[in-house]
Design a protein around this ligand. Sequence first.
Ligand SMILES: [Zn+2]
Length: 93
Amino acid sequence: MEPFSAPSYRHNRQRCKGNEMPCAHCGKGCVKPWKLAVRVVEGGARYATKDEVEGRVAVDEGGDMGCWPVGGGCAVKLENAGVYVFTQEETSQ
Ligand SMILES: [Zn+2]
């Protein structure tokens, strides 16, 4: 499953408020602190693997899009598709 690929993504993303980041799957706004997150690499082509998120495998920095929030329902869909979803309680400034 590719990031930003839900049919509703573009529509939902346009409705995000200034303090929200779009869910990496469906685009719905998420306010920090995010509960669940994913990391997007290769310029948005795919989600990072667990090894990449945890630093055991290097990520190409040029295409690293960093961490994105995911909603609870989307997290289940992504995990079922084999995507590594992690808990992100910390709010980075
Ligand atoms: Zn979502």
